[in-house]
Design a protein around this ligand. Structure first.
Ligand SMILES: Nc1nc2c(ncn2[C@@H]2O[C@H](COP(=O)(O)OP(=O)(O)OP(=O)(O)O)[C@@H](O)[C@H]2O)c(=O)[nH]1
Ligand SMILES: [Mg+2]
Length: 388
């Protein structure tokens, strides 16, 4: 098929010699059957094109390349390393783990702050204002997102809506939208490993944004040192609207949008929160969670909020709680991953799935009690595991 790489075109000037022959380049077929590709590559080689084609493709990095690139804070390599980690493809898993393992000794040096709050509370605006301030003070800031909705819609809280325009232009900032795909647990694993990579790259403040919808908050709480809940006055987000459980996760409450006519209301809201917080168990032992106000829009209160974070970190560091919390978080991380693995094993085993479904149907039909059903399903699982 590729025997003759040169053709005489249909039209050629009179008296043209063989040099006028044109070269025909065959297109790449999408089906990409192996034989055809080999044939195509051979023809390119003949045409001296192979090198050019190779050069156009991004180079394949080894784990060592990624590790070295991240350590010298090459943002392109950092972004690609995160893409490997976020990939659901089996072939990337080993490489991803090698990268993580290689960078593990370089992590742990950042202040990790989680920022949660209802949609529109101003989390991104706050992160941008704080991030810009920190960069001016000489910090390197990474912003990550954990977005439960992205697992369903494949959208992202740091996607189209808020681009953090100013921060994204800064050389010392790195912004990474939420990983998509997988369960929230999967997203959490990826986010934790991304956090580690950012630390290894030298980002000394990591801000993790998440929408306040329950499970994602617990997930983010389990990967950060300081957890901040951003609230606003009115708009259904006053005291009645916020769950006690969520307040108990927070190391500080930040009443945002305290500007213009809203400032007085924000002060009242702050006092209300402080009253309630006084009676709640604090998220961190020995640290009284308090409410503060700020305007992410005009910058008032941002510096004060950061001082609170620094005071917290200092106290945690001195008391040894910081290290203890991080170690506990690592252990929880391992346990969560194991739980997920076991669940996957059970779900993927055909010897379990069929019989289990039958038992569950019986529960639905009301012919089997839940307790008996659990016992039967456990029997099915144990039998399958013994068999394996
Ligand atoms: N007046 C006022 N508006 C603010 C303030 N902070 C944020 N906003 C506005 O509130 C809107 C939402 O802000 P975002 O920062 O996108 O809120 P978010 O919490 O990140 O929202 P999601 O990512 O969708 O959950 C935007 O129109 C902001 O301009 C503030 O301090 N004062
Ligand atoms: Mg946002």
């Amino acid at each position: 098929m590729f025997d003759t790489p040169t053709y005489k075109p249909e039209w050629a000037p009179e008296n043209a010699d063989g040099k006028f022959a044109s070269r025909v380049m065959f297109g790449v077929k999408k089906t990409d059957a192996r034989g055809e590709r080999t044939e195509l590559e051979a023809s390119r080689e003949k045409d001296g094109l192979q090198l050019a084609v190779k050069a156009a493709r991004p180079p394949e990095f080894t784990a060592a390349d990624y590790v070295a690139g991240v350590l010298r804070c090459d943002r392109m390599i950092l972004a690609r390393a995160i893409t490997v980690i976020e990939s659901n493809a089996a072939k990337h898993f080993e490489l991803g783990q090698e990268i993580v393992q290689g960078l593990l000794p370089y992590g742990g040096k950042a202040v990790r702050v989680g920022v949660t709050g209802v949609p529109g509370a101003g989390k991104s605006t706050f992160i941008e204002a704080l991030g810009m301030r920190l960069i001016k003070e000489g910090h390197k800031v990474a912003v990550l997102a954990v977005d439960p909705s992205s697992t369903v819609s494949r959208g992202s809280i740091l996607g189209d809506k808020t681009r953090m325009e100013q921060l994204s232009k800064e050389a010392n900032a790195f912004i990474r939208p939420s990983p998509s795909g997988g369960t929230l647990g999967g997203v959490a694993r990826k986010s934790r490993e991304t956090l580690l990579l950012c630390e290894a790259a030298g980002y000394d403040v990591i801000l993790v944004e998440t929408v306040g919808v329950g499970q994602s908050e617990t997930t983010v709480r389990s990967m950060v040192d300081f957890f901040l809940t951003v609230v606003i006055t009115g708009a259904g987000d006053d005291l009645q609207g916020i769950k006690k459980g969520i307040l108990e996760l927070a190391d500080a409450i930040l009443v945002n949008k305290a500007d213009g006519a809203n400032k007085q209301k924000a002060l009242v809201t702050k006092a209300d929160y402080n009253q309630v917080l006084h009676y709640l168990r604090p998220a961190t032992e020995g640290w009284q969670t308090e409410a503060h106000i700020c305007s992410a829009l005009n910058g008032e209160g941002i510096a004060e909020m950061w001082r609170v974070v620094c005071a917290f970190m200092e106290q945690m560091w001195q008391s040894g709680q910081l290290e203890a919390r991080r170690q506990q978080q690592n252990l929880t991380w391992v346990q969560t991953m194991i739980d997920q693995y076991v669940q996957k094993l059970i779900a993927a085993d055909p010897a379990i799935a069929g019989p289990r479904q039958a038992v569950e149907q019986a529960v639905l039909a009301g012919s089997l009690s839940p307790t008996t059903a659990v016992r039967q399903i456990i029997g099915i699982i144990e039998a399958a595991f013994e068999h394996n």
